[in-house]
Design a protein around this ligand. Structure first.
Ligand code: SF4
Ligand code: SF4
Length: 355
């Protein structure tokens, strides 16, 4: 039983958040037009803590859809560069296990030892994360297959962990900052029975998944089947190239950069915005395009998330949230494509003389 685990009544939890609002921007799940979204919280009572999934993950508050990287000033014969320095302290509330894993995936991308992205580091350092164990499973969720949920089994990379226990939360702290914020509350320690309840909730939820994906040899199988007919068929018959899948995916990190230059050419804001490998222009290099077909672009999305990401970052790029298939206008499902490849492994069949 962890030492820094307490019980907090839900009423007291709300009052505590109102107090924290004096020091942090609160970001959490709210309902909007029939869906849940992560949003800036003005009224703590707007929070919906028993949500199933959100349209976008909390990525958009750490890696913004559009943000200034720096301002470049022309001065005498040279230039000076002013980077973004001030970002508000924020608390992300109610982050599910899959989305927590997605943030840790982005950490691997943006906080490499060899190069650290200035804006991302600044926001990440000024963000506290309050994770929340799931209470529901959506038909499109498959986090249990990807080893990323439905309960948080990590012990670093975040600050608090909540488990809904009815009238109260079990709240655990995983950082010094979290301990300091909990200390003045003088909360009662959580006892063994609460941890037994947590384990019971976890086991019950694990048994409710409808969607799954067998990841055994998945990397190799996908990489050996770059010319499998599923890519061509799905892309040509169903993919509209709308980029929804990449916009909602909590691990997508591609961006483009544009310069906004003043009329007198003395000042330039360098701005970046989310880009997508599903757009035709994305792979244009010097007049040529190395992914000019929809087949190549769709295959890139699926094989990057489920295969080449592993070589690049040491983990899958898919955390099993199911957003891409839910928000795809034609409900293209990357697990179904992967399963079709697994079922009819063309390379193996050719080698065995069946294809
Ligand atoms: S690829 Fe799809 S299921 Fe996987 S993390 Fe991205 S949006 Fe979620
Ligand atoms: S959301 Fe669906 S239709 Fe749109 S680009 Fe992605 S796979 Fe294609």
């Amino acid at each position: 039983m962890p030492k820094d685990a307490f019980v907090i009544e839900k009423n007291q939890f709300s009052s505590w958040l109102k107090k924290l609002q004096e020091s942090f921007q609160l970001i959490g799940p709210v309902e909007k037009e029939g869906h849940f979204v992560f949003s800036l919280i003005e009224e703590v009572n707007d929070l919906v803590m028993d949500y199933d999934t959100t349209m976008l993950g909390p990525r958009k508050f750490i890696f913004l859809p559009e943000e200034k990287i720096c301002t470049i000033y022309q001065k005498d014969q040279g230039f000076t560069i002013k980077k973004v320095q001030d970002v508000p302290g924020q608390l992300l509330i109610g982050v599910h296990s899959c989305d927590l894993h997605a943030i840790l995936v982005l950490d691997k991308v943006f906080l490499l030892k060899s190069f650290q992205d200035h804006n991302y580091r600044l926001r990440r350092e000024n963000t506290l994360i309050m994770a929340l164990n799931c209470t529901k499973v959506c038909p499109t969720c498959f986090c249990s297959s990807m080893g990323t949920g439905p309960f948080v089994e990590l012990d670093k990379g975040f600050d608090f962990l909540l488990t809904d226990c009815g009238e109260s939360y079990l709240i655990e702290s995983f950082s010094e900052k979290a301990k300091d914020l909990l200390l003045p509350l003088n909360l009662p320690q959580a006892d063994d029975s609460l941890f037994k309840k947590k384990e019971q909730l976890f086991q019950e939820l694990k048994g409710r998944f409808i969607k799954n994906l067998d990841t055994t040899n998945l990397v190799q199988t996908l990489l050996e089947n770059q010319d499998h007919p599923v890519w061509q068929r799905t892309a040509e018959e169903r993919c509209l190239g709308c980029t929804n899948c990449t916009m909602v995916c909590p691990t997508c990190f591609c961006f483009n950069v544009k310069d906004k230059i003043s009329f007198d050419l003395k000042e330039c804001d360098r701005v970046r915005y989310w880009d997508s490998c599903q757009e035709l222009h994305f792979a244009e290099v010097h007049g040529a395009n190395y992914r000019s077909s929809r087949k190549a672009r769709l295959r890139q999305f699926v094989t990057h998330k489920l295969a080449t990401w592993v070589e690049q970052f040491g983990c899958f790029g898919c955390i099993g949230c199911g957003r891409c298939m839910y928000w795809c206008p034609t409900h293209i499902d990357l697990t179904e494509m992967a399963k079709e490849v697994q079922k009819s492994n063309f390379k193996r069949m050719r080698e065995d003389g069946y294809a």
